[in-house]
Design a protein around this ligand. Structure first.
Ligand code: B3K
Ligand code: ZN
Length: 884
């Protein structure tokens, strides 16, 4: 394991590599226990580098077997090889061929980085620094090489051999039981995009004809018996390919596109050139095993990895500080794709919810970092919500500021100018400022400053002068390493709404820049504070601000409840309709939490319950939008808003009281809504999914009713469910409500899905997220369950990560047992899989927002982890930062 002694890497220290590797020839001989890797690298010295400059190649747990320069053995005095480095002290002055052979063991690779085995299948994961676990290399994204890979294995055990690029040749090896395949990828790429797969897999094939008429062979490889669960993924792939042609003018460039689904995978999926490797969670779908959310996720992740072919692969990152160059941009692209495939408003609400749930807390605590960080100790810890989701928001703002045409021109220039390069955020922004003839110097601060800007809003209406004045000011609260921040460019899309519910077109006089947005106007706040006066306004309008969540900021606006109610009903912007009702509910739940903290009786506001009932039954609205409005802020959302002295138990009590009051007061409407999806045949489309979402949301409220027969009703819903979405929703309502019948239902579910790994993960997750005190012992028992495999990241996430991130009441329990359980799991996991351990540890990042007793307990666990001598670099980095 890598030690924790790593020093910080800094952006300002970037220097190009002294050597290039224009060609890489790999020969990988797969065998259980020991795999031989022979690499032949063509190496050239870079200009301006003195002859004889040492060549230092990266390694990680490698053992060197053979080393040749131009076919000749190298003097022992001329090189030093350690597991993590190979230094050639005096390389030849001119171009040369370096041949090196390493022996690696994929069977004992529990980190799941480099070459490893997933349920018997040989597969690789090289991003960010896994290639150095296969062979010594200049393992950095700005060293682009053309790869030819020969893979060899026993034919009977490993009939499928896949590499990057196009297949060139394959055959038997005479006189043996082995066979081989040669793959060639003509596009120069960094080592993190290298991949190979060897296994006994089933395959589903299709084809795609590009806009220019080239036929591409598509294939998805899965475990035998799972071929029937690939249709949705294949369909999503073909739609992604078409969409990228239509929306960005980008075509696929190889003869084949292969996807392999594996069951042991550290993250979601990986965009290796021509050979995407996926966590099978994001490939396999069947109505009996996958929920509507799973279908949507598969569509999004397939698209995301495919879109990387241009944003990431054809144009890659100069260094890992530029990670958002490919990730933020590609998330933006996959969000746009899903919006086009489904409902744009519903997608936007879901994305903003995710941003606020994951990125806002990150940006407000000890792990805060800029979208483009300036320093890291372990790059794997920077695949964060900030780099991905906030990175996507920054691209979205660019589009808002430049307009659709300016944005497209900038993108076109980017692809034209930087194709085949490893580049930077500066180069990316330069394309937009040139194409749209605008200065983006201040805009670049979005990449450089951490923290969520707070936009304070004040408004005043002067009836005599018929003027409305808006004052907007921005600030970023101090953060570790960032005591103060400069004003950023914040596009605020807005509308002024008249009594009739329609937007009014005011005349205005102002010092503020303004651009036309697609709906209404966009104010640009680019100073610390600015005012704008709208004239000719005959009656006080209702303000709708930050429509579509036009910037990733927190609004500090004390908008009166009456206006919020009006917006919730009338705003032409669906996002702000949703936001207005959420704001009202949040205020009410925060009020109730305050009362719960003092042990006072809680009486939810009946008018608000009636407003929600109005939304529930409003048939003019899409079911999916209604479901979103009724998806009340969770304990974590409220904890984030309360932000100090947080007591999750009090928040939970407030929520439960509010939700059961809703169930009691609107029982009939909820019962009707809960039946909406009954007797409809299953279809995975967005509309049908929206109806199921609303029905199941209604059921979750009904589960809190104290009416006789409630448990039977929910149990009956479980028994009669015809698809996974309805089945898991009923099971969740049963288990989270501690209903009679939950044990039987859990047993029936286990019986049905014991051999279906992804569905079994859900069984663990439902129990791990149950908020009742009684649930904790059950969760502990699950850690000993024969089907709990802590070496499988999906299973570990299902039980422990979901406990830590979606069961705040039990995670932050006053006894300290929740924190202790997660800390124990971090320490245990760190020995085998540091990436998964450090990711789990990030669930402590907001520990300082808890009330002092809870914060002390969390601190104690962090100190316990920190005092462990043998921590991985990944976990050491997170624990140090959490404690700073
Ligand atoms: N690029 C990969 C993530 C790699 C994570 C390495 N720790 C998947 C993606 O974002 O598409
Ligand atoms: Zn990505």
């Amino acid at each position: 394991m890598r030690s924790d002694t790593a020093v910080a890497i800094r952006l300002e220290d970037y220097a190009p590599a002294p050597y290039r590797i224009p060609e890489t020839h790999l020969d990988v001989s797969l065998a259980p226990g020991a795999t031989l890797v022979t690499a032949m690298l063509k190496i050239e010295r870079a200009e301006n580098i003195a002859a004889g400059t040492p060549l230092e190649l990266d390694g990680d747990e490698l053992a060197l077997d053979t080393l040749l320069i131009d076919g000749q053995p190298v003097d022992a005095g001329n090189f030093t090889a350690t597991p993590d480095k190979l230094v050639l002290h005096t390389p030849p002055a001119g171009p040369f061929e370096l041949t090196l052979r390493t022996k690696i063991n994929p069977d004992t690779n529990t980190q799941l980085m480099g070459l490893y085995r997933s349920s018997g299948t040989y597969c690789t994961q090289c991003e960010a620094e896994g290639f150095r676990r296969i062979t010594y290399f200049l393992d950095r994204p700005d060293v682009l090489s053309v790869y030819t890979t020969r893979i060899e294995a026993q034919k009977a055990d490993v009939p499928v051999l896949l590499g990057n690029g196009n297949p060139v040749e394959s055959g038997y090896i005479e006189g043996t039981d082995r066979h081989y395949a040669v793959w060639h990828d003509p596009f120069p790429k960094p080592s993190y995009l290298f991949a190979l797969v060897g296994g006994d897999l089933g395959v589903v094939r299709d084809t795609f004809t590009t806009a220019s008429g080239r036929k591409v062979d598509l294939a998805i490889y899965v475990e035998h018996g799972r071929e029937g669960w690939c249709d949705w993924a294949m369909d999503s792939l073909k739609r992604s390919m078409r969409w990228d042609e239509e929306v960005f003018g980008l075509e696929y460039d190889l003869d084949v596109f292969n996807i392999v689904a594996v069951s042991y995978f550290n993250m979601g999926a990986m965009e290796n050139k021509g050979l995407n490797i996926f966590n099978d969670k994001y490939v396999l779908a069947d109505p009996q095993t996958a929920t509507d959310q799973d279908y949507a996720n598969i569509e999004a992740v397939i698209a995301h990895e495919y879109f990387h072919n241009w944003t990431g692969n054809r144009i890659t990152c100069r260094d890992w500080f530029q990670l958002c160059l490919k990730e933020g941009l590609t998330v933006f692209r996959d969000q746009e794709f899903s919006s086009d495939m489904r409902s744009r408003a519903v997608k936007r609400i879901a994305d903003v919810r995710l941003l606020k749930a994951h990125q806002f807390p990150e940006d407000a605590g000890p792990l805060a970092h800029p979208v483009r960080p300036r320093t890291y100790r372990e790059i794997n810890n920077f695949y964060t919500a900030t780099v991905y989701e906030k990175g996507a928001e920054v691209v979205r703002m660019l589009k808002t500021l430049l307009g659709a045409d300016g944005f497209r021109k900038g993108m076109d220039l980017y692809f034209k100018r930087h194709d085949g390069e490893a580049t930077t955020i500066e180069a990316f922004l330069a394309c937009f400022s040139e194409a749209a003839e605008t200065d983006l110097g201040q805009f670049a601060l979005w990449y450089e400053q951490a923290g969520t800007p707070v936009v304070k809003v004040e408004s005043s209406y002067d009836a005599d002068a018929r003027e409305l004045t808006l004052t907007l000011s921005q600030s970023i609260p101090p953060l570790p390493g960032q005591p103060s921040a400069e004003p950023q460019v914040i596009p605020v899309r807005f509308g002024l709404i008249g009594e009739d519910g329609k937007d009014i077109e005011p005349g205005h006089s102002s010092s503020t820049r303004q651009v036309d947005g697609p709906s209404g106007d966009v104010l640009i706040l680019d100073e610390a504070s600015t005012s704008i006066t709208f004239s000719g306004i005959s009656k006080r309008p209702v303000l709708s601000l930050l429509r579509g969540f036009s910037a990733p900021v927190r609004l500090d606006f004390d908008q009166i409840a009456e206006d919020l109610l009006f917006l919730a009903r009338h705003d032409s912007d669906a996002f702000n309709r949703w936001q207005a009702s959420q704001t009202l509910v949040t205020r009410e739940l925060v009020r109730l939490t305050g009362l719960a903290n003092h042990g006072t009786k809680l009486e939810p506001d009946a008018a608000l319950l009636d407003m929600l009932a109005g939304i529930l039954s409003d048939e003019t609205l899409d079911a999916a939008l209604r479901a979103q409005a009724l998806d009340l802020p969770g304990v974590g959302d409220l904890a984030r808003d309360i932000a100090k002295d947080v007591n999750p138990q009090a928040i939970h009590t407030a929520r439960q009281t509010f939700r059961s009051a809703f169930a009691a007061r609107h029982h009939t409407a909820l019962t009707d809504a809960s039946q909406m999806s009954q007797d409809k045949p299953f279809s995975p489309d967005a509309e049908a999914a929206g109806i199921r979402a609303l029905a199941n949301r209604a059921l979750s409220f009904l589960g809190l009713s104290d009416k006789p027969g409630t448990s039977d009703l929910v149990r009956q819903r479980y028994d009669t469910a015809t698809n996974m979405t309805d089945r898991i929703a009923a099971l969740t309502t049963l288990v989270h409500g501690q209903h009679a019948g939950m044990d039987d239902a859990l047993a029936a579910y286990l019986d049905r899905y014991r051999d279906t790994s992804l569905a079994l993960d859900k069984w663990f997750m439902v129990q791990a997220t149950a908020p009742a005190d009684e649930a904790f012992d059950r969760i502990m028992a699950l850690t000993k369950h024969s089907l709990f495999d802590r070496t499988n990241p999906n299973r570990l996430r299902a039980l422990v990560q979901s406990f830590a991130s979606a069961n705040l009441v039990q995670f932050a329990h006053e006894s300290g047992r929740g924190f202790r359980f997660v800390a124990d799991t971090v320490l245990e996991t760190d020995k085998n899989n540091p990436q998964i351990a450090s990711r789990l540890l990030t669930s402590f990042r907001s520990w300082r927002i808890f009330e002092s007793g809870l914060a002390a307990l969390a601190n104690q666990e962090l100190l316990r982890i920190s005092s462990e001598a043998q921590l991985s670099r990944d976990t050491r980095d997170i624990v140090d930062r959490c404690l700073q």
